[in-house]
Every structure is written in structure tokens, then in C-alpha cells.
Design a protein around this ligand. Structure first.
Ligand SMILES: NC(=O)C1=CN([C@@H]2O[C@H](COP(=O)(O)OP(=O)(O)OC[C@H]3O[C@@H](n4cnc5c(N)ncnc54)[C@H](OP(=O)(O)O)[C@@H]3O)[C@@H](O)[C@H]2O)C=CC1
Ligand SMILES: O=C(O)[C@@H]1CCC=N1
Length: 270
């Protein structure tokens, strides 16, 4: 398989992936081909040595791995464009497009095309993605290629493809949900006396510590919460006030709505 990787659609997630792969030394800049229609917007990446083009078919013909990273509503046109350039036996497609199954893609590109669906998040740019990989009909060898690619830029988990829209909500959209929580905490911090930039740093590091307690100790959130909430103390007072205003409920309802929306983003062909 050709050692180059083509990322078709170099927007938020496509560029985050490219940056993460270079940071992890998985690819040299000149092994990454980036496409978008407004190719001028990729000038700084071209300057950094990455190959940039608006020609998707040419990008596909030059690569062993092709990542589809455009919006669901932009996909059908792009698939028509690249179909003639595909080398079925020597290429692997990875789709990070929300709401589109591997079968949807195979139906348009040809049933023999090897497609694996992955759902990373923007923390991939710094090697901290939670990437869910959907199991479908791709060969075990190609599944391993995809796993090892995303393992270099975060943590991976393999899930049934029917859960990919749920993974989109929890992990990809989840970045925004946790960021908003940190932002809200920092706003509280400013109201009780800290300058905004100090409050944000303090809230972010506190959130990181909370996440690491769960990841490093493999403990349950409530077990760690119990260690913070002193009897008649200020933590339980604040926590209960948040719950009276629907804190947990708001997150749960938001994640459910995101998952529903993720499942309805793509209009199938025909
Ligand atoms: N953002 C995120 O956190 C995540 C997004 N995703 C999924 O990844 C996909 C991309 O999302 P995101 O990066 O946020 O979207 P963006 O809109 O930021 O990026 C899409 C990119 O595709 C380019 N594009 C559009 N049409 C074409 C075309 N025909 N050929 C080449 N490039 C094209 C656009 O540039 P131009 O207009 O110049 O062509 C744009 O840069 C979506 O399906 C999304 O659901 C998945 C996980 C996380
Ligand atoms: O908001 C969206 O639709 C995309 C999917 C996951 C993250 N961003």
C-alpha cells in the first residue's frame, strides 16, 4: 500500500488529524495530502511541507489511505468525483463523516471497497482523542491498520457500527460539552474573585485532575465525589444546588438530542 495519506476535506477535524499525525511522527508532512475547494486557505500547511490540492481524484490516486472528512451533506458529490480514481485492491478508506454508514459509502464507491468508520474528536490534534472505530466488513488487517493509526493520536475503542452515532454525541460533540462546563466554571470563578484568565486555567486544570482520577485510578465518579463532599460542607451545598437546577439532566438530555441529530445528518442517495 502507498505510504501517503489523503485527507479529503481539510476543515476542523481533517486538519486536527493531520496535525496530530505529524506531532506523533506517524507521517512526515510530505506524506500527507490535504484537499479542500478553497485551497488557498491551506497555504500555511503547504508552507509547512504538506501537499495541498483542490483535486480530490488526484489526491486519491496518490494515496494508500484516504480519509473522508467532509460534512455529510457534501459527501455524495465528493464520492462521485473520486470513484474513477479508486484502486480497490490497494486502498483503504476511513470515514469520519457523521451519520454515514460504511454500507452507504460502499453502495456508492463499489461493494469491494475497504471502508472503516472512525469517530475521533478534535483533541486528536494534541494526541488525546477518544476515537471510536466501527466494526463492519473491512478485513481484520485493515481494521488493525486503522486502530494503529488512531492509537498514535489518542485512545481507541472498537464498537458495533450501529453505535457510531451515539459515539459521535458522547465523544466528538462531547469535547464541546466539557469545554462549555469548564467555561461556565471559570465564569463562576470570576464572579467569586479571580481574573478571567486565571479562573479559566484553574477550572481547566481542575477538570483535567477530575478526569485523570477516573482514568488513572479506574474509579467511579461518585466514589471520588464522596471524598470531596465534607458533611455540612461547601461542596455538597454547591453540588446539590447545581442538581436542583438540572445539571446532570441537562447533560443527559443534550447528549440524547445530539445522538438523534447525528443519526439524521445524512441524506442517502436514491
Ligand atoms: N469537528 C469535529 O469535532 C468532528 C467532525 N466530524 C465529522 O467530520 C466531518 C467534517 O467536519 P468538520 O471538520 O467539523 O467540518 P468543516 O466544515 O470544518 O470541514 C469540512 C471541510 O471540507 C471541505 N470541503 C467541502 N466540500 C469539499 C469537496 N468537495 N472537496 C474537498 N473538500 C471539501 C471544506 O472546505 P472548502 O469549503 O474550502 O471546500 C471544509 O474545509 C463531518 O462529517 C463531521 O460530522 C467527526 C468527528 C469530530
Ligand atoms: O457538530 C457536528 O455535527 C460534528 C459531528 C461531531 C462533531 N461535530
Amino acid at each position: 500500500m502507498n505510504s501517503k495519506i489523503a485527507i479529503l476535506g481539510s476543515g476542523n477535524i481533517g486538519l486536527s488529524l493531520a496535525k496530530g499525525l505529524i506531532k506523533a511522527n506517524k507521517y512526515e508532512p510530505e506524506e500527507i495530502i490535504l484537499t479542500r475547494r478553497n485551497v488557498a486557505a491551506l497555504a500555511d500547511l503547504a508552507e509547512a511541507g504538506l501537499i495541498t490540492t483542490a483535486d480530490n481524484a488526484h489526491a486519491v490516486s496518490e494515496a494508500g489511505i484516504v480519509v473522508l472528512a467532509i460534512l455529510p451533506q457534501q459527501l455524495n458529490k465528493l464520492l462521485d468525483e473520486i470513484k474513477p480514481a479508486i484502486d480497490v485492491d490497494n486502498q483503504l478508506f476511513i470515514s469520519v463523516v457523521s451519520g454515514v454508514s460504511c454500507e452507504d459509502i460502499r453502495k456508492q464507491l463499489g461493494l469491494n471497497v475497504q471502508v472503516v468508520r472512525a469517530m475521533p474528536n478534535t483533541a486528536i490534534a494534541i494526541g488525546h482523542s477518544m476515537t471510536c472505530i466501527g466494526t463492519d466488513t473491512a478485513s481484520a488487517e485493515n481494521m488493525q491498520v486503522v486502530k494503529s493509526l488512531f492509537d498514535t493520536v489518542g485512545i481507541t475503542v472498537q464498537i458495533n457500527e450501529e453505535l457510531m452515532t451515539s459515539a459521535t454525541a458522547l465523544c466528538a460533540c462531547g469535547i464541546a460539552f466539557f469545554l462549555r462546563s469548564i467555561r461556565a466554571a471559570s465564569q463562576g470563578g470570576t464572579e467569586i474573585g479571580f481574573h478571567a484568565h486565571d479562573a479559566l486555567k484553574m477550572a481547566a486544570q481542575t477538570a483535567k485532575g477530575a478526569a485523570d482520577l477516573l482514568l488513572q485510578l479506574a474509579s467511579h465518579p461518585e466514589q471520588e465525589i464522596d471524598k470531596v463532599t465534607s458533611p455540612k460542607g461547601c461542596t455538597i451545598a454547591g453540588l446539590n444546588e447545581m442538581e436542583h437546577h438540572g445539571f446532570s439532566s441537562a447533560l443527559i438530555k443534550g447528549i440524547k438530542l445530539s445522538a438523534e441529530k447525528a443519526g439524521a445528518l445524512y441524506k442517502k442517495e436514491g
